[in-house]
Design a protein around this ligand. Structure first.
Ligand SMILES: *[C@@H]1O[C@H](CO)[C@@H](O)[C@H](O)[C@H]1NC(C)=O
Ligand SMILES: *[C@@H]1O[C@H](CO)[C@@H](O)[C@H](O)[C@H]1NC(C)=O
Ligand SMILES: *[C@@H]1O[C@H](CO)[C@@H](O)[C@H](O)[C@H]1NC(C)=O
Length: 410
């Protein structure tokens, strides 16, 4: 299991909060660690400067392309959308992929795989609205789980003042209706659903998540697969790319969300501090922007003025799937309950493995010459086996601490 809740363990103020998740090291912060050494060892190429066309490239023979930060955005047309769909392309090429989020009713797995997976965001209707979890709302949680503790991100004033607190559901239910632009609260808890079988059973299956290589990960460092997101009006996430550049999913059960999604290839406009690490036991690079795209400080972030993005509003019962490498930020205009999760499958596993290799400084000398002939599953298992034992041990220790803090007396 990974440990997004570690920030909550120490209850510390997290001003540089990454994606408003709680994963971050409470014990050994590594945010400013110098990684130049690790980068040089990986494939003999500098990871930071490269965007690879990994979505469609099977095997470790990555076609690596230098990321040209100065490249201009091209205009969006149906023609280049079709071109994109029919060609192998790299993340940079996403930048002219679309001017809107496509909406599909109950997309088939084939349609998802062919047109969207690892390429374009898609909003899927007709799936989540069938899930029993559509009944979840404030009263439901209050009456069934009122005395349970959850980690809550609270903001007074600007987002930079985000603070992680522990509250009971009962306490949270009292503050959550009262969201204001300058004061809001947001439960972001990866353990809660996973610790309650009845809640887990309320979540339906979506065909798009069926292939899931995260299941191959040791439990101690595996990302939890259902994060509870319950925020007051005006609550929002940071502007970020998900950990390990995975494919992100979000199912709204109550309320609605407003998204800003930024095609890859414009990283230079986000004012990212390079080489920041998330500090989880299974480490990752942190791609967090200090910009609040729903309240932009134009003076401070002039490059952001001409950034390309697409927007969509997601209603209860709808599922949004965000491809790797897309910066995104979400805003809840009303009190909203949702579940987020992540996908690692045969389309995106190379991107995720590469991030894991780089962030954990796994050395390419250890890779066998014939690694290209491994199946995706074999490659994932091979890379995981290279992780030092202490990574797993730290994962276990931190998970135990979180469980003790939130569930210790039950
Ligand atoms: C982008 O895609 C086009 C085909 O649509 C291809 O010719 C070109 O090489 C790609 N560019 C990059 C940087 O991958
Ligand atoms: C969605 O599509 C699947 C087949 O892809 C089908 O089995 C299912 O019944 C459909 N669901 C709805 C609600 O239409
Ligand atoms: C992950 O996303 C970041 C930010 O766009 C990018 O710089 C990096 O190259 C991506 N990693 C991979 C392996 O594609």
């Amino acid at each position: 299991m990974t440990n997004r809740n570690r920030k909550a363990v120490v209850n510390q103020k997290d001003k540089s909060n990454h994606a408003l998740r709680y994963r971050g090291s409470s014990t050994t912060p590594q945010d400013d660690e110098d990684d130049s050494d690790g980068e040089k060892r990986i494939w003999g190429l500098s990871v930071r400067l490269i965007i690879l066309s990994a979505c469609f490239v099977s095997g470790f023979g990555f076609i690596m392309l230098y990321f040209n930060a100065a490249s201009e955005m091209k205009n969006v047309t149906e023609t280049n959308y079709a071109e994109l769909v029919n060609s192998e392309f790299n993340l940079q090429n996403y930048s002219f992929a679309t001017d809107r989020v496509n909406i599909r009713d109950n997309a088939s797995l084939q349609e998802f795989t062919k047109y969207f997976d690892c390429q374009l965001p898609v909003l899927i209707r007709g799936v989540v609205n069938e899930w029993p979890s559509m009944k979840w709302n404030r009263d439901f949680f209050k009456s069934h789980y009122g005395n349970q503790k959850v980690p809550v991100v609270s903001v007074e004033g600007a987002m930079i003042n985000a603070e992680v607190k522990t509250m009971t559901i009962e306490e949270f239910s009292q503050v959550v209706p009262d969201g204001k632009p300058s004061r809001w609260h947001y439960v972001q808890d990866e353990l809660f659903i996973n610790r309650h079988d009845k809640l887990k059973a309320d979540i339906g299956e979506a065909i798009y998540f069926k292939e899931n290589f995260f299941k191959l990960f040791p439990e101690e460092i595996r990302p939890w697969d259902a994060m509870l997101l319950w925020g007051s009006a005006h609550s929002r996430s940071h502007l970020h790319i998900d950990p390990y550049n995975w494919t992100g999913t979000n199912a709204v059960l109550h309320g609605r969300k407003r998204w800003k999604l930024f095609p890859p290839g414009q990283d230079n406009k986000f004012y990212i501090t390079p080489n920041q690490m998330c500090g989880f036991p299974l480490n990752c690079y942190k791609y967090n922007s200090p910009i609040d795209s729903f309240n932009i400080d134009d003076e401070k972030y002039p490059l952001f003025r001409n950034v390309n993005y697409i927007e969509i509003e997601q209603n209860a019962g709808e599922l949004l799937i965000i491809p790797p490498g897309w910066f995104h930020q979400v805003y809840n205009p009303v009190e909203t309950i949702a579940i987020s999760s992540q996908i690692m499958n045969s389309k995106n596993y190379n991107i995720i493995l590469k991030e894991i290799i780089a962030a954990n400084k796994l050395i390419s000398d250890a890779f066998p010459d014939d690694i290209e002939s491994y199946s995706p599953k074999e490659k994932v298992l091979f890379i995981l086996a290279l992780l030092p034992d202490e990574v797993i041990q730290r994962g276990r220790m931190i998970t135990d601490q979180i469980i003790q803090q939130f569930y210790g007396n039950q």
